[in-house]
Design a protein around this ligand. Structure first.
Ligand code: ZN
Length: 251
């Protein structure tokens, strides 16, 4: 895609970079974001730029193998992780990687955010697993998320940070905000004696409500996954909650 044809994508990416910086979800030159275009190329932030200072000139375009197509500068050091997510998830068109403080504290202490605590988090993100430590910028990073990438849309990266991905950039960014907010509340809850997980009965009711509430928003064409709306399908919600129920049974 030409840069002029992709100008609205580039402007949206700049806004998201600035928001990540404003909300303290990155420091110095941390973090990187990308968007897959309709033509299959990928716009990604270049390395070594503060996300609060990003302009459209700090965004490069690469092909699916990471080869530079347009723009100047070196693509983000974590581009391999982004490319891997796009390869594995045809339904995903945007990836946000950041180091939000509290979520990264969980990742640094070896703790996933996988208790079923908040109904809206379960419906939006599902449970959030912790991918094992991998040396940043290497092939270890994609390998570390391989077991989780199909079943989850938000991951903690051990001793590193977090990554979220979605059908579009806004949803991927919202997922990162939601993840960090949930992590903050869980931290406070632990200071107050610990969070209480939803019961099976409450989760079953959530399934029932989700089927009614979220099912209506779905614009889903069988076999054309990329046309799915931002809202989860009934099946998505059921699968998410089923996994949560399975986890409770295993506990
Ligand atoms: Zn990072």
């Amino acid at each position: 895609m030409s840069r002029s044809a992709g100008s609205s994508i580039l402007n949206d990416m700049v806004s998201v970079c600035h928001r990540l910086a404003q909300r303290g979800m990155v420091s110095a030159t941390d973090g990187n974001i990308s968007v897959r275009t309709e033509s299959g190329t990928i716009f990604a932030t270049r390395s070594s730029v503060h996300k609060g200072d990003v302009t459209i000139n700090d965004i490069v375009e690469v092909d699916r193998t990471g080869k530079l197509i347009s723009g100047t500068g070196k693509p983000s050091t974590e581009l391999k992780m982004h490319l891997f997510i796009y390869e594995q998830r045809p339904d995903v068109n945007a990836v946000v990687h950041a180091h939000p403080t509290v979520a990264t504290a969980f990742a640094a202490s070896g703790q996933a955010l996988d208790n079923p605590v908040f109904p809206e988090v379960l419906v939006m993100l599902g449970i959030i697993p912790l991918a094992p430590y991998a040396t940043p910028s290497t092939d270890e990073v994609p390998e570390s998320i391989r077991p989780f990438v199909h079943e989850h849309n938000a991951l903690l990266l051990a001793n590193h940070g977090a990554v979220t991905y979605a059908q579009d950039l806004q949803q991927a960014y919202f997922a990162m905000e939601k993840l960090e907010h949930a992590a903050q509340i869980i931290l406070f809850a632990r200071m107050l004696g610990g969070e209480r997980s939803l019961t099976n009965n409450q989760i079953q009711k959530l399934i029932d409500v989700s089927e009614q509430s979220y099912g209506k928003k779905v614009q889903f064409t069988t076999g054309e996954h990329h046309q799915k709306s931002a809202a989860f399908t009934e099946d998505d919600v059921y699968e998410i909650i089923k996994r949560v129920l399975q986890r409770l049974e295993d506990a």
